[in-house]
Design a protein around this ligand. Structure first.
Ligand SMILES: Cc1cc2nc3c(=O)[nH]c(=O)nc-3n(C[C@H](O)[C@H](O)[C@H](O)COP(=O)(O)OP(=O)(O)OC[C@H]3O[C@@H](n4cnc5c(N)ncnc54)[C@H](O)[C@@H]3O)c2cc1C
Length: 474
């Protein structure tokens, strides 16, 4: 069937693809989104991966970035069916011996659980939370001039440090250091690396400012709400159509690719000069993930019962163990005791499992493309802090890095951030042109552009703005 003429085509319906399409449509352009999979959503899909009646987030599960995204906020997705549910506490970090430290919604309640480190926590986080709107806007986009240089400079003093050195410098207790390092581990980098403190600070700030919510009915509700919004603007979405070559597309003024640089090279290589092809090919990917979803006979039997109040649980125990797990992956090794990120959505969203039953979602990092089966190591970490967990497992679904990449070619080698987010590639990705390419008809709008991985849509927004300025609109 011939494509009807449109101003712009977006290839890929992840949150960034849909955000790009909405931004173009809001500017009056006609837009068609083309998605390879039978359903839309990219990293925001929810499926019955295990048993009938159990709903699992295939990729993204926890949404501080969606809650804090200025773009999503502007769309009022709540009016289109998106209900972000706030767990009692954003994060729990269980420790050996049956205790756990929680990041609560309020700074005061969190500090109360931080023991002698409470006052230091309050001093560290209060100024950041007070300036959360400015900091969020700065971090969900490319580097750009700001009127808030003082706020940024204050943040930068801490943020430029490694998560290890900041944790050691500010906190005295091992548990609080471990909790802070665990949040820094979302950088997916070894925690001695400069800049990893920024991830810990921003994500902790977001826990207080926006929460770490889960979506009622699953993360797919985010893409369904975005798609509904796009359709109100006349945007069209076609699924089940993989784009293999740019020539297969109609001839719009702009094509925006919600895909990683290497897949883009396969699709549009002959439209780029050699230097740009090389630059795309040099883009570095981060570690892969090994993921497990469980259908459970009951909630996870945490030794520390307060962990049941948290949406997200970080499993590694001590500060040294978090450090060792991240360092191992950074040097291409498997961590025997991996740092596991676990989400327990069904505790806060009854739609995820039959009455009395529950779901669990977890992953750990592994070297990019690793073929080692991490199921036992992940489950051993859960069992360590929740004795009897294994007996609650009714069914499991496992995804290796290769499965993750097969599911979505953006996640090269299982890299769920679509590109390493170290200082060199955090703000300048995938090339210094960011969203643009040498061809004024071709743009990149995926998480391989700033601000990188996560469900926030901001890569799509900025890419669309560049296309609106730069493409030759007919
Ligand atoms: C296991 C896992 C856990 C995660 N956890 C979280 C989390 O808790 N919170 C969070 O904020 N983020 C999380 N993320 C990251 C988040 O999902 C991604 O960063 C985000 O989805 C990126 O959005 P995107 O629009 O750039 O691309 P994607 O979501 O990857 O979407 C790209 C889309 O393009 C389609 N596509 C690709 N190539 C083609 C082609 N040639 N033709 C047609 N269609 C094509 C794909 O099928 C896909 O639908 C997680 C990711 C994974 C995999």
């Amino acid at each position: 069937m011939a494509d009807a003429p449109v101003d712009a085509v977006v290839v890929g319906s992840g949150p960034n693809g849909l955000a790009a399409a909405i931004t173009l449509a809001r500017a009056g352009k006609s837009v068609q989104v083309i998605e390879g999979q039978p359903t839309i959503g990219g990293g925001t899909r929810t499926e019955a991966l295990t048993l009938p009646g159990f709903l699992h987030d295939v990729c993204a599960a926890v949404h501080p970035l969606a809650a804090g995204s200025p773009f999503f906020q502007s769309l009022r997705l709540d009016r289109l069916g998106l209900d972000l549910l706030q767990p009692g506490a954003p994060v729990a970090h269980p420790l050996d011996g049956g205790r756990a430290i929680l990041i609560e919604r309020s700074i005061e309640a969190t500090a109360a659980g931080f023991g002698q480190d409470g006052p230091a926590y309050t001093r560290l986080m209060s100024p950041l939370v007070r300036k959360h709107a400015i900091l969020t806007r700065m971090f969900v986009g490319p580097l750009r001039p700001t009127r808030h240089a003082l706020v940024m400079a204050r943040f930068g003093l801490h943020g430029i440090r490694s998560a290890l050195s900041l944790a050691r410098g500010i906190f005295k207790e091992d548990g609080t250091r471990a909790t802070f390092a665990g949040i820094g581990a979302h950088s997916m980098l070894p925690l001695h690396r400069a800049g990893t403190a920024a991830f810990a600070l921003i994500l902790t700030m977001m826990a207080h400012a926006y929460g770490w919510p889960v979506a009622r009915g699953g993360s797919k509700q985010i893409s369904l709400a975005l798609a509904a919004y796009l359709q109100t603007l006349g945007g069209r979405i076609e699924t089940d159509r993989w784009v293999e070559a740019i020539d297969q597309l109609p001839n719009p003024s702009a094509v925006l690719f919600d895909i990683a640089p290497r897949p883009l090279l396969r699709i549009a290589s002959d439209r780029f000069p050699t230097g740009f092809r090389r630059a795309l090919d040099r883009f570095r990917h981060g570690p892969g993930v090994f993921k497990v979803d469980w259908a459970l006979d009951g909630p996870v039997p945490w030794h520390a019962p307060e962990v049941l109040r948290a949406g997200t649980v970080h499993l590694a125990g001590s500060f040294n163990e978090v450090d060792a797990a991240m360092a191992a992956v950074g040097s291409g090794q498997i961590a025997e005791r991996p740092f596991v990120i676990l989400a327990q959505q069904s505790l806060f969203d009854a739609t995820r499992a039959p009455a009395g039953k529950h779901t669990g979602w977890a992953y750990c990092l592994v070297p990019n493309g690793s073929t080692v089966d991490m199921t036992e190591r992940i489950e051993a970490q859960v069992e360590r802090f929740a004795p009897g967990f294994a007996n609650r497992i009714l069914e499991r679904h496992v995804m290796s890095p290769a499965d993750v990449e097969r599911y979505n070619p953006n996640y090269v080698g299982g890299d769920i951030n679509s590109g390493m987010a170290d200082l060199r590639q955090l703000f300048i990705r995938p090339t210094p042109r960011l969203y643009a390419t040498p061809d004024r008809g071709i743009y990149l709008c995926s998480a391989s552009t700033p601000p990188g991985g996560g469900v926030h849509g901001m890569c799509g927004v900025f890419a669309a703005r560049v296309a609106l300025r730069r493409a030759r609109w007919s």
